[in-house]
Design a protein around this ligand. Structure first.
Ligand SMILES: Nc1ncnc2c1ncn2[C@@H]1O[C@H](COP(=O)(O)OP(=O)(O)OP(=O)(O)O)[C@@H](O)[C@H]1O
Length: 307
C-alpha cells in the first residue's frame, strides 16, 4: 500500500529526508512514525500525502505516485500538524465546506458528515464555533474532516501534541477502533511511550534518515548492540580504566589527558553499574559525557518516555 524507493525531499539546500526506502502492506493496523524534532517526520508525511513531490526516488501509495493525484488522494485522509481554524466559524459549517471541496454533495455529503461526527463523538457539539472548543475537541473535528471520504489510509502528524491525558486516551481509542475496522493508520510522534501504547510497528526516523524499522523491543535491541562512546573525566584515569576493562560491555578504551574514552555496548546495563561504582566511592569520576551524540540523543528519547 505504501512503498518508498530511495525517496528524498530537499528544501533548497536543506535535506528534509535522505533517500529512504520502505514498504508497508495493505493490511489494516497502526504504524508509528517515531523521531525527535527535525527528524523528517513531517517531510515524509508531505511526500506520502502528495503535498510535495519527492526530490529524488519514488513514492507510491496504492500503486501510484500521490503528488497531485486525485486517484490516491481520494483514498487518503490527512490530519496535519498544528491547530489552525477559521476563527469564529462553526465546526459543522467548516466540515461541510471541506466535504464540498472533496467533491461530496447532497445526500452523500449529509451522510458523510453524520458518519464522521458519529465516529469522532462530536455530533452533539459540532454546531459550536472553534473558538469555544477545547484542543481535544478541535483535534476530533480535524479527524472527522480527514474521515469524511472514508479513506483507507489515514495519516496523522503529531496528533497528540498539546492534548491533555484524557483527550490523548480518547484519540488513541479512536485510532484503535479505526484500525480495527480495516483502516491503515500512520501516526507520527516524538514520544516512544505514545507510539508504544498504540502499536509495536515502528519506523524510526532520525536526522532525515530512516534509522530502523521494527518493533519496540527490536529497536531497543538494535540500539543496545550499537556501541556508545563515553568520555570520563577522573583524577585517576587508570583507576577508571582498570574498572572498565572488567566490564563485559566495554568494546574500546582510549586513554587521554585527565580521563579516558570508553566505547560500550548495552549502555542500559553498563550505566547503572557505573553509577553504583561512583556512588560507592570505588570510581573517582568527575564527569561523564557522551561523545556519540547522535546515538545518545536517539537513545535518550527512546528510553525517556517509555513506560
Ligand atoms: N519548509 C521548510 N524549509 C526548509 N527546511 C525545512 C522545511 N521543513 C522542514 N525543514 C527541515 O527539514 C528537516 C526535517 O524537518 P521535519 O519538519 O520533516 O521534521 P519533523 O520530524 O517533522 O520535526 P518537527 O516535529 O520538529 O516538525 C529539518 O532540518 C527541518 O529544519
Amino acid at each position: 500500500m505504501i512503498s518508498l524507493q530511495r525517496a528524498s525531499l530537499r528544501y533548497g539546500d536543506i535535506l528534509g529526508l535522505s533517500p529512504t526506502s520502505f514498504h508497508l502492506g495493505p493490511e489494516g493496523g497502526i504504524t508509528g512514525l517515531l523521531g525527535p524534532n527535525g527528524a523528517g517526520k513531517s517531510s515524509l508525511i508531505q511526500l506520502l500525502s502528495g503535498l510535495l513531490p519527492p526530490s529524488g526516488g519514488q513514492v507510491e501509495i496504492f500503486g501510484e505516485a500521490p503528488f497531485r493525484n486525485p486517484a490516491v488522494l481520494s483514498r487518503l485522509g490527512l490530519v496535519p500538524e498544528g491547530d489552525r481554524f477559521p476563527g469564529g466559524m462553526r465546526a459543522d459549517r467548516w466540515l461541510r465546506m471541506m466535504a464540498q471541496l472533496s467533491g461530496l454533495e447532497g445526500r452523500a455529503l449529509d451522510l458523510a458528515l453524520r458518519r464522521a461526527l458519529a465516529i469522532t463523538g462530536m455530533e452533539a457539539r459540532a454546531a459550536q464555533p472553534f473558538t469555544s472548543m477545547s484542543k481535544g475537541m478541535r483535534q476530533r473535528i480535524r479527524l472527522a474532516q480527514a474521515l469524511l471520504h472514508e479513506p483507507r489510509l489515514l495519516i496523522l502528524d503529531e496528533p497528540f501534541n498539546g492534548l491533555d491525558p484524557e483527550a490523548r486516551l480518547q484519540l488513541m481509542d479512536l485510532l484503535r477502533m479505526l484500525a480495527g475496522g480495516g483502516t491503515r493508520v500512520l501516526v507520527s510522534s516524538h514520544i516512544l511511550g505514545e507510539v508504544a501504547q498504540l502499536t509495536d510497528r515502528i519506523l524510526l526516523l532520525f536526522r532525515g534518515r530512516l534509522l530502523a524499522e521494527g518493533s519496540v523491543p527490536e529497536i531497543r535491541e538494535l540500539l543496545d548492540r550499537h556501541p556508545v562512546e563515553l568520555r570520563v573525566t577522573a583524577e585517576s584515569a587508570t583507576a577508571v580504566a582498570r574498572w572498565a576493562v572488567e566490564q563485559d560491555e566495554l568494546v574500546g578504551l582510549r586513554m587521554e589527558e585527565g580521563g579516558a574514552v570508553l566505547a560500550v555496548r548495552n549502555p542500559r546495563t553498563f550505566l547503572p553499574r557505573l553509577q553504583e561504582a561512583v556512588v560507592d566511592g570505588r570510581l573517582p569520576l568527575a564527569a561523564l559525557d557522551p561523545l556519540d551524540l547522535n546515538l545518545d540523543a536517539v537513545f535518550q528519547f527512546l528510553t525517556k518516555d517509555h513506560q
